[in-house]
Design a protein around this ligand. Structure first.
Ligand SMILES: Cc1cc2nc3c(=O)[nH]c(=O)nc-3n(C[C@H](O)[C@H](O)[C@H](O)COP(=O)(O)O)c2cc1C
Length: 194
C-alpha cells in the first residue's frame, strides 16, 4: 500500500524525534454530549498495521468515552519540537473493549507494568477523602496479579481513523502549510499560505 504524503511525513517526524519520549504525546479534542469541548493528552501507540489509523489506549470510565458514544469524532493536535511541525488530524473514533480483540490483546501484552496498573486506579473524578487515602495504600502486585496477564474490562483501545490533515511546518519564510483531504477514497493535497 502506498501511503499518502502526510503519513510519510508523520513517520519521518516520529523517526527524527524517536529519542524524545514526548514526541509520542498528542492532544485529542472531543465534544461532550452537551457541546462542551474537552481536550487532553494521550500517548500514540503506533499505527494499525498497513494502515493510516492511529492507536491509543484509555479507560472506559473516562469522560472521553462518553463523548465518543455521542459523537465519535475528534481532532488530534501533534507538535514536534525539534522539526517544528504541527499536524492537526481530524479523525473518526472506533473503540475496542471486547475480550477477543487481537489488537487490544497485543497492545495490552506489550504495556509496562506501571501502564497496566493504571487500569486499577479508582474511578476518575471522584472527590478525594484524604483520611481514607492515607490509610488505604493497597499493593497492586499482591492483590491483582491476574490483571497483568489479561486486559481488565475497563481497558479500551482507541482507533483514530483520519479524514483530514492540516500540516504546518514552521520553517524559514514562507512557512509551509498543506491541507490533506480524503475525497472519494483519495488524498488530495493543497498547499496554502500559513
Ligand atoms: C503525558 C501524558 C500522557 C497521557 N496519556 C494518556 C493516554 O494515553 N490515555 C489516556 O486515557 N489518558 C492519558 N493521559 C491522561 C489524560 O490527559 C486525561 O487526564 C485523562 O485521560 C482523563 O481525560 P478525560 O476526563 O477527558 O477522559 C495522559 C496525560 C499525560 C500528561
Amino acid at each position: 500500500m502506498k501511503f499518502p504524503a502526510w503519513r510519510q511525513s508523520l513517520v519521518r517526524s516520529l523517526h527524527v524525534q524517536r529519542s524524545r519520549p514526548e514526541s509520542k504525546f498528542f492532544q485529542v479534542a472531543s465534544v461532550s454530549p452537551t457541546g462542551q469541548i474537552n481536550n487532553r493528552t494521550m500517548v500514540f501507540r503506533g499505527f494499525v498495521e498497513d494502515s493510516l489509523d492511529l492507536l491509543a489506549i484509555t479507560d472506559s470510565r473516562s469522560d472521553k468515552i462518553q463523548d465518543w458514544q455521542t459523537k465519535a469524532e475528534a481532532e488530534i493536535c501533534w507538535y514536534f519540537v525539534k522539526t517544528r511541525e504541527q499536524y492537526r488530524i481530524r479523525v473518526n473514533v472506533i473503540t475496542y473493549q471486547q475480550a477477543d480483540n487481537h489488537v487490544r490483546n497485543n497492545i495490552y501484552t506489550n504495556l509496562s507494568k506501571n501502564a497496566k496498573a493504571q487500569f486499577l486506579w479508582p474511578t476518575p473524578k471522584v472527590p478525594i477523602d484524604n483520611d481514607v487515602l492515607d490509610g488505604n495504600s493497597t499493593s497492586v502486585d499482591e492483590e491483582n496479579k491476574d490483571v497483568f496477564q489479561t486486559p481488565p474490562s475497563n481497558f479500551v483501545v482507541v482507533r483514530f481513523v483520519p479524514s483530514y490533515v492540516d500540516y504546518l511546518h514552521l520553517c524559514e519564510p514562507p512557512q509551509n502549510r498543506e491541507l490533506h483531504e480524503l475525497i472519494d477514497n483519495k488524498w488530495l493535497v493543497t498547499k496554502v499560505t500559513a
